[in-house]
Design a protein around this ligand. Structure first.
Ligand SMILES: Cc1ncc(COP(=O)(O)O)c(C=O)c1O
Length: 377
């Protein structure tokens, strides 16, 4: 009898547990160890020292690999940036060209520019929503880097078209799936070569841990990524891996609630007189709406607004909220917001009056009351 595959919500709860048996723990234990008893002649997969492996990572890696449809475990890292560094190093040779969204996460852009200085790579920044413009830059490129929706501007890339064009040009493709989460989009199923995550965000979900991961179906690439982690040492802590997996057990509920609230808030914000513009792919008028409908199963829980009155007015809105946290980062159970351009490193094409909001799982009416008061004062 062939078994029906489990839904993601069930995988999230049941996968990645220790084997069943009387007296066995139901949760992956936290293994606080740097050494293990060693075999006389350890094989390549044998873990005998904490930088090579820790059983505390296994559950998290298994669940994330399955969620992304990889059929092999993810490779967990000490942070999203460590995961990004491993993917960039593996797929971008010295002197190679990477095509990158102009509105990608600011440290991803900074890392690519750092590699440009130190290893002579070329960085071409594009509007990732403009498919023709991206395709025009792919000739001779080694790597196409995708964020969709982008951080912070929420542009939606045409994933299938870009993957096809990149592969035809001989380039590999990496997608940062932090914003969508594998519940809403699975880039590997669109042919992307590797997915990276800031697990720090939705996957862990409680703003209490920094951790990352790379997921790929390509065995050779996965071995390269694993070897990079072991050699360069950006391994996750056992406690962090435990917390991330514990957070992931409730991911389906959190994503469902926060997406629904984000879409509702986007609708209301679009009618608010203090708001010039709302960005959320759920809105029928949003430039990414049709694409998001075609390639995502939801619209995500991050939205952006431009407020009337410029940077000062935007700062005042952020400061006046009492429920929403004025904080960077995103994807936690608590709603937060920030004016991105207050950070000197943010891309200058992000408008100065743009506030990025991360919608959490609170009651949507409470969130609206707080936001409306902050906007209207
Ligand atoms: C889209 C995206 N990718 C990667 C990162 C980096 O992840 P970490 O902070 O876990 O290193 C972030 C952090 O904000 C992010 O928003």
């Amino acid at each position: 009898m062939t078994q029906k595959p489990l839904a993601a919500a069930t995988t999230l709860v049941h996968a990645g547990r220790p084997p069943r048996g009387p007296g066995m723990p139901v949760n992956t234990p936290v293994h606080l160890q740097s050494i293990q008893y060693s075999a006389d002649s350890p094989g390549p997969g044998d873990s005998f020292y904490g930088r090579y492996g820790n059983p505390s990572w296994d559950g998290l890696e298994e669940v994330l690999g399955r969620l992304e449809g990889a059929e092999v475990p993810a490779v967990a890292f000490s942070s999203g940036m460590a995961a990004i560094s491993a993917a960039l190093t593996a797929l971008l040779p010295p002197g190679g060209t990477v095509v990158l969204p102009r509105h990608a996460y600011l440290s991803t852009i900074a890392m690519a520019l750092d590699l440009a200085q130190k290893q002579g790579v070329s960085v071409v920044q594009v509007d990732i929503a403009d498919t023709a413009a991206v395709v025009a830059e792919l000739d001779g490129a080694a790597l196409l880097w995708i964020e969709s929706p982008t951080n912070p501007m929420l542009e939606v890339a045409d994933l299938p078209a870009l993957v096809q064009a990149a592969h035809a040009a001989g380039a590999k493709v990496v997608a940062d799936n932090t914003f969508a989460t594998p519940l809403v989009m699975q880039p590997l199923t669109h042919g992307v070569d590797a997915v990276v995550h800031s697990v720090t965000k939705y996957l862990a979900g409680h703003s209490d841990v920094v951790i990352g991961a790379v997921v790929t179906r390509d065995d050779q690439l996965r071995q390269t990524i694993l070897a990079h982690r072991t050699l360069y040492g950006a391994i996750p802590g056992p406690m962090e891996a435990y917390l991330a997996l514990r957070g992931m057990r409730t991911l389906a509920l959190r994503v469902e609630r926060s997406q629904e609230s984000a879409a509702e808030l986007a609708r209301r914000l679009a009618e608010h007189p203090a708001v010039r513009e709302v960005r959320h792919p759920s809105l029928p008028g949003d430039p990414g709406h049709e694409r998001a409908r075609a390639q995502m199963s939801g619209f995500g829980s991050i939205l952006g607004i431009r407020v009337r009155g410029g940077a000062e007015a935007a700062d005042a809105v952020v400061q006046r909220t009492s429920l929403w946290l004025p904080a960077t980062s995103l994807g936690g159970v608590e709603s937060s917001l920030e004016r991105r351009r207050r950070l000197g490193a943010e891309t200058t094409t992000v408008p100065v009056d743009y506030i990025r909001l991360s919608v959490g799982i609170e009651d949507v009416e409470d969130l609206w009351t707080d936001l409306e008061a902050a906007l209207g004062a």
